[in-house]
Ligand binder design. Sequence first.
Ligand code: GAR
Length: 215
Amino acid sequence: MKKIAVLISGSGSNLEAIAEACRANRINGKIVCVISNNPDAYGIKRAQKFNLQSVVIDHNSFASRTEFENKIENSLDNYDVDLIVLAGFMRILGENITKKYFGKMINLHPSLLPKYPGLDTHKKVIQNGDAIHGISIHYVTPELDAGPIIAQGAINITHDDNIESIEKRIHMIEHQLLPEIINEICLENIYLDVNTVMYNDEMDVTDHILINYDE
Ligand code: GAR
């Protein structure tokens, strides 16, 4: 069974969706550690609810980003993880750590990349009057939110939408798609070959690449 680390910074609703999917055997893997850079993250309480090991690595207590990332690396290596999931982890990771775990580290991002890397994606969607928005799950590279895309989920945006309504629907599709993709990676149905995302023949790729949850 694959050993999964989940990195969080805040609420941890995606962590809970992953933990729930593991418990229900919808993921052929096990969360072996939860790492939070924020000592007050609500996700730590969610981790406790599922009896998951959690480690706080507060970026504020390190003199440099390198020391902070070295500490994260130590934890990941101690738990001998197979897959690292950045699920609402709000620190940018540098070149050393992202290169070390290239192909093993995935990120959940709330936009249809390459549109809107970085922060405030829902706000940008509203400001630009976009009709479609969504989420991306991608392999992590040193360049922010720019690694090979594994899967995307889309929603339609209407004039009635606001940041709160979008956030709610984005969370709904994240909680569905992220555990599914983690399971496919654990089953080795999805993997990275150099820079290309590979999908096992047995997988119906069209079911995962870009799904519009409103159609
Ligand atoms: C999620 O919507 C995730 O896509 C986003 O943070 C939220 C975390 O929610 N991630 C990013 O913005 C990464 N740049 P959660 O803590 O409830 O899982």
